[in-house]
Design a protein around this ligand. Structure first.
Ligand code: HPA
Ligand code: ZN
Length: 327
């Protein structure tokens, strides 16, 4: 079977990766030691054993705990550099990285430390691995819109070092409307805008992300299959959905990979593609996601593999001339 080789070797873009979600237990322990911190878990194995999630919130609690070892610019660089080496091995040629500044500024880390460390890793990824990379600042939706405005203001001295903003963390109970004004300001600043919607939240949150936040992509968006009119809207406008198959299974959005709706999204003509979301927590990086997805969904074949790769470039925020080279 030549499909696994095709999945691994085809050039692709990754558009939904939380860089804090690439922090492997080994690096969490190494950074804790380097920074003189004590963790609530006695060993790498004990930490990894805690990665059994029932829903999004059960994951977020442990994800924010893991990120608490990040203090210095070098820590952020080391985390992102480890990710880029994995991405390059999986033939990811372009990556747009989410980062959560509020997870760090709430602990007293300067936002400049976060952004400079990540940016330096992006530059080295291009220079040494040939992976082009950019950063998307995410607002935590369980916090207030005022806190998002404060974060945006603190990030403005680094405006040239990130290309857009997103919206992540606990979805249900924190609808897109909560962030209408801060997203309007971001659009006025010329930033790209995306939002997580329809992972655990209802299709109405996807409509609101499009209508109120005017996002260019929907992160996850898998619950759109419950709303035929929404499916038509997403297909007609080629609104990309950054789908994360292993994440959806680990967070119990689907019971098994065989239940995943990616085939339905592709059949309906949506611009969906495969991403890893939080690879250190959900069972793997891009190639692991592609292999698990195609293994669990045998109706997907080489045609769909090619379509997913093409969709990843179409949905990326790179200039059209560069897209033409990749596609
Ligand atoms: N959903 C929402 N917030 C997140 C996720 C996710 O899958 N990963 C990291 N933050
Ligand atoms: Zn995500």
């Amino acid at each position: 079977d030549r499909l696994p080789a095709l999945l691994q070797r085809m050039p692709k873009a990754e558009l939904h990766i939380h860089i804090e979600g690439s922090l492997e237990p080994e690096l969490i322990f190494a950074l804790a030691q380097r920074n003189g911190l004590t963790l609530a878990y006695p060993s790498v194995e004990a930490l990894r054993a805690a990665y059994a999630f029932t829903d999004l919130q059960s994951f977020l609690d442990i994800y924010y705990a893991g990120a608490s070892v990040l203090l210095h610019e070098q820590d952020f660089f080391d985390m992102a550099w480890a990710y880029f080496q994995k991405a390059a091995a999986d033939h990811v040629v372009h990556a747009e990285l989410f980062f959560d500044p509020q997870t760090h500024t709430e602990r007293g880390v300067d936002i400049g430390v976060v952004i400079r460390g990540l940016h330096r890793a992006c530059q080295q990824a291009q220079a040494e691995l040939g992976v082009s990379a950019s950063l998307i600042l995410c607002f935590l939706r369980h916090l207030s819109e005022e806190a998002a405005f404060d974060t945006l203001e603190a990030a403005l001295p680094y405006r040239e070092l990130f290309i857009g903003v997103g919206l992540d963390s606990s979805e249900v109970g924190h609808p897109p409307e909560k962030f209408a004004r801060v997203f309007a300001k971001c659009r006025a600043l010329g930033l790209h805008v995306v939002a997580h919607a329809g992972e655990e939240g209802p299709p109405a949150y996807i409509h609101a992300a499009l209508d109120v936040l005017q996002v260019e992509r929907i992160d996850h968006g898998v619950r759109s299959v419950e709303d035929p009119a929404l499916m038509q809207r997403l297909a007609a406008n080629r609104v990309p959905l950054t789908v994360c198959p292993l994440s959806n299974v680990k967070l119990c959005v689907y019971r098994t990979m065989a239940d995943h709706q990616l085939p339905a999204l592709l059949s309906a003509g949506l611009c969906a593609m495969v991403n890893s979301d939080d690879p250190a927590y959900f069972g793997g990086y891009m190639n692991d996601n592609f292999l698990a997805t195609f293994d669990g969904l045998p109706q997907l074949g080489a045609r769909e593999a090619w379509q997913l790769a093409a969709n990843s470039f179409e949905a990326s925020f790179v200039p059209a001339a560069q897209k033409a080279v990749w596609q």
